[in-house]
Design a binder for this molecule. Structure first.
Ligand code: FES
Length: 182
């Protein structure tokens, strides 16, 4: 019987830093809205600027945009989720991309994706609450001979197994403990 591996422990972000971030989001979103006179026809460039500023579209910014354009939040979400250039979750400090191109799929890419999901405690498209890791699925990254492939930060990891996933995460934990984490 295989032993169930625990997911990694996530640190909770302090309330003060969450509140400070929400305030900054509000201020910068208002600046961006002002630059475009808050016009509805500028919704996409406004969202692009917000994403360029924060790396994603924060919920607070979406609320602010909806409020100042006098449209429903759902409408803004609808536009944001229609275009795949927009992210609704913050990028993790260590982004993980799992290849599900044909070769990787055949070699068990889905099992690897599930291993990452289990160990990180998130689903694909999400970010851990401590913002350390985000998880995405990508198409062929051009290293099919090394399938199944994961890209961790910018590094290609080939012939990945669930045990290798544990090893990669352990090395991040050790770096963090040593204080050499970037
Ligand atoms: S299919 Fe994964 S690298 Fe090509």
């Amino acid at each position: 019987m295989t032993k169930k591996r625990p997911s990694r422990k996530q640190n909770v972000r302090p309330d003060a830093s969450v509140a400070k971030e929400a305030e900054q989001i509000k201020v910068h979103t208002l600046d961006i809205l002002r630059a475009y006179h808050g016009e509805r026809r500028n919704l996409i460039p406004i969202l692009q600027d917000i994403q360029a500023k924060f790396g994603y579209l924060p919920r607070e910014a979406i609320k602010q945009v909806a409020k100042s354009m006098r449209i429903r939040e759902l409408e803004v979400f609808g536009v944001a989720s229609f275009y795949n250039q927009f992210r609704l979750n913050p990028p993790g400090k260590h982004p993980v991309k799992v290849c599900l191109g044909t070769a990787c799929h055949i070699k068990g890419g889905r099992i690897i994706l599930e291993a990452w999901e289990r160990r990180l405690g998130i689903k694909v498209g999400e970010t851990t609450t401590d913002r350390e890791f985000s998880l995405e699925r990508v198409a062929c990254v051009g290293c099919c001979a090394m399938a199944p492939v994961s890209v961790v930060e910018e590094k290609i990891e080939g012939k990945v197994s669930p045990t290798r996933v544990d090893g990669i995460l352990l090395s991040f934990e050790l770096e963090k403990e040593k204080g050499t984490d970037k």
